[in-house]
Design a protein. Sequence first.
Length: 316
Amino acid sequence: MDALIGYGELGLGSRLKRVSEYMMKEIQLVYNHFNIDFDPYLFPLYKIISNKNGVTNSEIQNSLKYTQPAITQALNKLNKKGLIDLESDKLDKRKKIIHLSTKGEKTLTLLKPIWNSIDKVIKEYTLEHSSSLIEHLNRLENKLNEKSLSNIIIEDAKTRVRQEVDIVSFDNDYSQHFYDLNVEWLKTYFYVEPYDEEVLSKPEKYIINKGGHIFFARLNKQIVGTVALMPIGNVGEFELTKMAVAPNQRGHKIGQKLMQYCIDFAKKNNIPKLIIYSSRKLENAIYIYRKYGFIEIPVEANCPYKRCDIKMELVV
C-alpha cells in the first residue's frame, strides 16, 4: 500500500513533491541521452531569458515569483555553464542585463525539439477527466509507474528530429561545419590523416570543383551532419565519403537520412556506382552500409586511407 495515496488530501504536498522529483529525474535522463549538458531545474529561468532580448534580475523575479536567492543561485549555475552573458545597463551600471550566450543559443537549438516532445508526452499523460486533484494524481502516477517517461520522450524526440531535419547542398558558409564535424568524428574513432586534412580544408578544390557534391543535414537552421560524393577513378564513380553527425544528434538516424539522400541523388543524376572506404572497427556503420545494398569488394593497394580495411560498392 502506498502510504501517501492513503493520506488523501492530507498528503497532497508530499505527492506533488514526489511527482516533481520523479519528472525532473526522468527529464535529466532525456538530456543525458542526447548529450546535452542541461539541468531541468534551470528550465524556467533559461526559458524566460531565451524569450527576451535582454532581461533583468527583477523582471525574472516578477515573472517566476521565485525568491531572490533562488534566482541568484540559478543564474550562477547558468553562467558557470556558459549559457548566459551578463552586461551592465547603459543607464544604470548597477543593473545587469541578462542574455543567452553563443553557447546558450546553440544549446537552445538542441533543446527545442526535445521540449516539444516533452510537452506532447506530458499532455498525453495528463489529459484525464477527474473529479478531484487527488484522483488526477492517482491516475498520473499509475501511468508513470507503467511506462518509463524518459524512454517515451526519447523515442518521440528521435522521430521528431528525423522529421524536422532537411538536407541542403554545399554553401561556402558551411565549409567550416564540413571540416569541424569530420575532424571531431575522426578524432573520436581514429585520427586525422594528412589526406583527410587536405580534403577537409579545401572542399571546393577536391570535391565541388571536380564535379562532386557536399550535402548538409540541417535542424532548426543549424548544421548537424554532412556527407560528400567525391568523383574518383573511372568516369561516373563517386566515393560516398566524409559523413559525420554532430555528437549530440547521433542516434536519430540522421546519418541514414544522409545516406538515403545520396543514393536517391545518384539515381536521379545517373551516377552508376557509389564507393565507400571504411574500417571493420565500425561494425554498426558496416551493418548499415550492407542494409542499403553495398557489397564488399577488394581494397586496392594504393588506398588513400591508412585506416581502411574494407571497401564497398553500390551499383545504383
